[in-house]
Design a protein around this ligand. Sequence first.
Ligand code: NAI
Length: 464
Amino acid sequence: MVNICCIGAGYVGGPSCAVIAYQCHDINVTIVDLNQARIDAWNSDNLPIYEPGLDEIVFARRGKNLFFSTNVDQAIIDADLIFVSVNTPTKKTGMGAGMAADLAYIETATRRIAQVATTSKIVIEKSTVPCRTAQSMRTILEANSSKDIRFDILSNPEFLAEGTAISDLTKPDRVLIGCLQTPEGFAAQQKLVDVYTRWIPKEKVITMNLWSSELSKLAANALLAQRISSINALSAICEATGADVDEVAYACGTDSRIGPKFLKASVGFGGSCFQKDILNLVYLSEQLFLPEVAAYWKSVVTMNEYQKMRFTHRIVRTLFNTVTNKKIALLGFAFKKDTGDTRESAAITLSSYLIQEHANIAIYDPKVSAKQIKMDLTEPGVGTNEADVNKHVTVCESAYEACAGAAAIVICTEWDEFKMGQTDYQKIFDSMQKPAFIFDGRLILDAPKLREIGFRVETIGKSI
Ligand code: NAI
């Protein structure tokens, strides 16, 4: 029986290794974390992550060949393969602050492996890391290897998207496995290929060298985010000219060289990865003395910030240049639908701008708790403090409660339940102040129908 250990029971480690346990009943999977509350939640009926299909998978295998524990050392000792899925946030202080990835968690986990391992291990870099991080991990591990214990290192970046993680993991576009181009490296790579090909067609498992694999993950996220910033940049031109961004996206997306995906204009991308990974690429480019390359990728993030600010300005301008003491309903707080994750959500920036304009905001999200919303809005750097939040923010139990008496609604997340037909916009209109405004930051509403009800509608990428 193969034993797998995954260090880090987060959005990536939890679902990705739960799927391995689900697909391979003869592999023992232990997912470990230092965070006791997170592990307790994984062992409860209320998993710490909302992800469609995740409960079924975890409940089917937990206690059989899937285990969650805080006993990191024992799981390392027992494992043949160890996934390192710890967080790699943007550094907040010191060299590279605001851009470089903070690799402290990776290093701590690697040192722990080196310290407690009593047999040879294949260590798999699952976290998203700057190109050549595997080299540092290897140096730490090799300094602790002996003739009885060897460590092989692989890069296996994760491409799942939150909200569709289980289907992405079950039927991925591809799985990437990078290794050192040595006989030992290839042998280790084959062991991981053998795990994935239990449920993924062979041709979808791509093998390459370590550095290409590491860089491919940063490159993929940078290219995806660049498409969003490109369509968002076009949305500004649409609003100024009378062109319709949905029509432009459709016209461009039908070109098979361009393709239709990731061309949806919005209030801006969020999530824990896009901004972090691009800034990481920017920092890497700067370190490599490639300032033009750094500036090119940096502009993707700059455009995203601009889009959020531009949308807020449009809200304030439309509401007669002041939102002071006006109730504004924010529908959605997660960075996208079908997840409760709020990291880097556009809703945080929007809320902060509106609070600074002294608006009273009523927030509703089907999967984000009031505690999380308040924590996000009082994080250092967001621009709002606890007193502002207590004074200006109410978290509501439904869209109807948030919108009652409001001057305006802002759609921040594209949850299906906010679509026409699922929410009764006539009922909402009747409960609002008049004129009643809706700002659709996600292009999910039918503006003509809303106008028939009596709403004033403002949509990203459309002038009417
Ligand atoms: P997360 O913050 O949800 O989870 C990381 C977990 O690692 C935390 O629970 C933390 O307590 C634990 N941890 C940190 N150091 C540890 C240690 N030394 N020993 C044991 N546990 C430790 O992060 P998430 O979102 O799962 O991301 C993990 C990595 O995967 C990051 O590098 C991220 O960029 C990458 N990634 C994330 C995706 C996403 O959609 N969230 C998608 C693809 C990649």
